[in-house]
Design a protein around this ligand. Structure first.
Ligand SMILES: C[S@+](CC[C@H](N)C(=O)[O-])C[C@H]1O[C@@H](n2cnc3c(N)ncnc32)[C@H](O)[C@@H]1O
Length: 349
């Protein structure tokens, strides 16, 4: 039996709410004890936090949490049970006068699927669990596995929305999953034994040494280095976040980068940001999932990555309720491609 390493691929949950009153702080009024209770159900903890007038961003022991007045995003890796947060979040939001109106769950293909606990043992199990947990008024529902030509990358999506609160004019979300990181670059995410630093100060060093601070120099960064290795950061810039998580161990190295943007931005912004983020890791393989209302985004993504030696191997698009279009692209370094096709969900590596 293969020995399990740390599962880098994150599960990501985004919940949208509405309220009768003009909402100001909304979900941000959830007290710390309630947040801890939600995270206890998921099996992770808060390691640091930062906020501004738009939202709060938390680095977790396993990835990140973002709380906006009417939106919450939780991203967790390892063997966390992310979907167990849905019920307590609906409960705490209701106490604040907020009702769930949209749900989106996404993840890549796990490296160690057999290590995942219930309800993450398979995508089918996850979908059953979400369907049973969501209130009936979220009646528009869809689940799909978006395939690619790479056996190690497929994109699992569940989304649901109610009849009236379809989000329009929302920012697009870009989720990048990188595997087989450059070994020399991955080593920068290991701490030196006896460095005399704590997680915060070691995290700050990694942010600078790796050039992560240069991806969006305008953002405020909250970072953390794990011992003996591993790194997480959240960047906040106005109402936008970006987040990076790194599992640098050889054999199952993984890094993720996620950011939000708007089609009103200069289209060059996302290209520059993506290019810089990918160059921090120089992965042999990566996937990019873009959730947006416009279809042309895949050309921007390819324009960002082809000049840094990555070739687009597949691109699929699908429509989801309360999410809009999702475009899923995979890339490999030019030398790596084997041409093998596997459009199924991966059963293990
Ligand atoms: C939490 S971080 C980054 C999470 C991110 N989703 C990822 O895996 O890319 C995971 C890395 O930190 C390491 N690590 C060390 N101590 C850890 C801890 N107490 N909890 C979670 N990860 C820890 C893991 O071995 C792994 O390399």
């Amino acid at each position: 039996m293969a020995v399990s390493g740390f599962e880098g691929f994150e599960k990501r949950l985004e919940l949208h709410f509405f309220g009768d009153d003009p909402v100001k702080m909304g979900l941000r009024l959830m007290d710390f004890g309630s947040l801890e209770e939600v995270l206890h159900a998921v099996q992770c903890t808060i390691v640091s936090a930062v906020g501004n007038r738009f939202f709060d961003a938390y680095v977790l022991s396993e990835s990140s949490l973002f709380v906006y007045p009417t939106k919450i995003i939780i991203k967790t890796c390892g063997t966390t049970q992310l979907l167990k947060s849905i019920r307590p979040l609906i409960h705490h939001a209701r106490k604040l006068g907020l009702t769930l109106c949209g749900c989106r769950y996404t993840r890549g293909s796990f490296i160690f699927p057999k290590s995942q606990p219930f309800p993450h043992t398979s995508f089918k199990e996850e979908v059953i669990y979400i369907e049973e947990t969501l209130p009936a008024h979220l009646c528009f529902r869809k689940a799909a596995i978006m395939p690619s030509k790479l056996p190690s990358h497929s994109w699992h999506v569940f989304s649901a929305g109610d009849e009236t609160h379809y989000p329009s004019d929302v920012p697009y979300t870009v989720e990048v999953c990188m595997t087989e990181l450059d070994r020399v670059l991955a080593r920068k995410f290991f701490r030196r034994p006896g460095d005399g630093k704590n997680g915060d100060s070691a995290g700050k060093d990694m942010t600078q040494v790796t050039g992560i601070d240069n991806i969006n120099p305008g953002s405020i960064i909250c970072d953390f280095a794990f011992d003996p290795c591993g790194y997480s950061m959240n960047g906040i810039d106005g109402d936008r976040y970006s987040t990076i998580h790194v599992t640098p161990e050889d054999g199952y190295s993984y890094a993720s980068f996620e950011c939000v943007g708007s089609f009103y931005d200069d289209s060059d912004d996302i290209i520059q940001v993506l290019k810089k983020a990918v160059q921090v890791f120089r992965p042999a393989t990566l996937s990019v999932s873009t959730t947006c209302t416009s279809h042309d985004v895949w050309t921007r993504v390819a324009r960002a990555l082809e000049p840094v030696g990555l070739k687009c191997r597949s691109c699929v698009m699908d429509e989801f309720p309360a999410a809009g279009s999702i475009v899923f692209q995979t890339f490999t370094t030019r030398r790596k491609y084997t041409g093998k096709e596997n459009d199924d969900d991966r059963g293990g590596r």
